[in-house]
Design a protein around this ligand. Sequence first.
Ligand SMILES: *[C@@H]1O[C@H](CO)[C@@H](O)[C@H](O)[C@H]1NC(C)=O
Ligand SMILES: *[C@@H]1O[C@H](CO)[C@@H](O)[C@H](O)[C@H]1NC(C)=O
Ligand SMILES: *[C@@H]1O[C@H](CO)[C@@H](O)[C@H](O)[C@H]1NC(C)=O
Ligand SMILES: *[C@@H]1O[C@H](CO)[C@@H](O)[C@H](O)[C@H]1NC(C)=O
Ligand SMILES: *[C@@H]1O[C@H](CO)[C@@H](O)[C@H](O)[C@H]1NC(C)=O
Ligand SMILES: *[C@@H]1O[C@H](CO)[C@@H](O)[C@H](O)[C@H]1NC(C)=O
Ligand SMILES: *[C@@H]1O[C@H](CO)[C@@H](O)[C@H](O)[C@H]1NC(C)=O
Ligand SMILES: [Zn+2]
Length: 461
Amino acid sequence: MLFVFLLGLLCGAGASEAGNSTRPRLPSVPPLLLVSFDGFRADYLRRFAMPNLKSLYNEGVLVEQLTNVFITKTFPNHYSLVTGLYAESHGILASNMYDPVTRKHFHVSDSSDPAWWDGARPLWVTAQDSGLGTAAAMWPGSDVAIGNRTPTHFFHYNSTVTFRQRLDNVTQWMLGDGKEPGVKFATLYWEEPDRSGHHFGPDNATAMAAVLKEVDDHVGALVSELKRTGLWGRVNLLVTSDHGMAQCSAQRLIRLDRCLHPDNYTVVDLTPVAALIPTNDSQAVFALLKNCHPHMTAYLKEQIPERLHYRYNRRVQPIILVADEGWTIVETGDRLPRLGDHGYDNSLPSMHPFLAAVGPDFRRGLRLPSLSSVDVYPLMCRLLAVPPRPNNGSLSQARCLLEAERCWDVPLAAGLVAGVLLLLSAVTVLFRFLRSRRHSGPQPFQRLQIDLDDDDDPLLE
Ligand SMILES: *[C@@H]1O[C@H](CO)[C@@H](O)[C@H](O)[C@H]1NC(C)=O
Ligand SMILES: *[C@@H]1O[C@H](CO)[C@@H](O)[C@H](O)[C@H]1NC(C)=O
Ligand SMILES: *[C@@H]1O[C@H](CO)[C@@H](O)[C@H](O)[C@H]1NC(C)=O
Ligand SMILES: *[C@@H]1O[C@H](CO)[C@@H](O)[C@H](O)[C@H]1NC(C)=O
Ligand SMILES: *[C@@H]1O[C@H](CO)[C@@H](O)[C@H](O)[C@H]1NC(C)=O
Ligand SMILES: *[C@@H]1O[C@H](CO)[C@@H](O)[C@H](O)[C@H]1NC(C)=O
Ligand SMILES: *[C@@H]1O[C@H](CO)[C@@H](O)[C@H](O)[C@H]1NC(C)=O
Ligand SMILES: [Zn+2]
């Protein structure tokens, strides 16, 4: 009964908070800075010393694994972080895309046509609708006029602009310049450790230690700059990433020409998730690919599992091939293109990034084992007091990160329930002990031992 009561208490607490979540619009919310270090695999945090990042989340919160969206590539995931939508719903499905209606091709190096992005509205647009200034330093899509609007301040993508330059501009934009007030939402993107992860492979501890030391120094520079300008403690800071990285090998190549003739298909995207347009007969081409390789799964578009949320969009091609972790799809030859890659199934831990956050609205010292990356959008909307657009995320878990939310964290609740159950069994044993004393008089010791064990066990009878 106590157990049921406790459960009711838990559910009640949850329900009362989940109900009417509109809160009065604050005159001014703290600025929000969202930082992404591309390709930061979650377990790098455990494998490498990252003192600056550690002290950052020790003062705030850490989500050890962020379950990102399929396919686990840079553009789809960066757009999911700022829209809360799965790739099929925001329309940025891969690094290379083809649209059968407009007959246009997309590549990440030529991504400025708004048509690709217009399936969604990123937070920098929605925040402007609420009257907030926004800024972006190289976040994918931030130099595109989505719905005819860019952030208030932004860079045209240029990979040679240093982290320091990006950081200096972002802090200037957040501070304002006397004439213009500071922006309330800013994003900052950095290409590492993705670049090194591809080049050296995540298993190369020497190379990864070097680049992660650099990344950690950038985190240090970020914190120092926020402290120097007086923003530290006044901004909510999110540090995260888009995806992880898996080790590849020349021993793990999947050659398409072993299974079918290149005349049979057109490649839109190749690895580790291939998107193919069959030349003629989809079923016949699929039959050739279905059993092509034990480490590659072929799907007709209609058969792509719902859990991948990668089906309901015209830019998903008629056939997709998904390589197993660490395998690389090539059309022909035996050359391995990259020692590290990502894009694989988003249920793989190696594909997950992390999320750290610190600031006035966050708890201190809290850790969550995992969260969905689509939940970051509603969390940011809550922080900015901006109404979220329809999205695939939820605040049900993410709100536990916030100081102002009453929230049962799972280990604590489980501990309490276990404690109560233990107490109940102790009371039962004591009760039976007392009863057995009353009924059988002396020699209660043996009975007690039996009761402590399993009294359904015939051997004890
Ligand atoms: C929340 O409450 C306010 C005021 O009571 C009301 O105007 C609003 O519609 C409610 N919102 C929801 C989502 O129930
Ligand atoms: C970044 O800041 C520098 C120095 O203040 C300025 O010259 C440059 O125009 C800024 N960049 C952008 C994209 O506004
Ligand atoms: C990219 O940035 C570098 C360094 O800031 C600059 O020298 C170069 O002109 C920029 N390239 C373009 C295309 O703007
Ligand atoms: C690891 O990376 C270093 C460069 O940091 C390189 O010299 C070395 O050959 C790499 N090792 C392997 C096994 O690839
Ligand atoms: C596809 O069909 C066209 C005509 O329908 C034919 O000319 C061509 O050879 C076919 N190609 C393949 C690869 O089967
Ligand atoms: C594949 O291409 C070859 C060579 O053009 C052709 O003979 C064959 O019919 C095609 N098969 C399918 C299933 O399209
Ligand atoms: C994701 O959200 C969009 C927008 O609300 C919606 O259209 C779509 O059906 C959602 N997807 C899932 C799987 O719920
Ligand atoms: Zn990458």
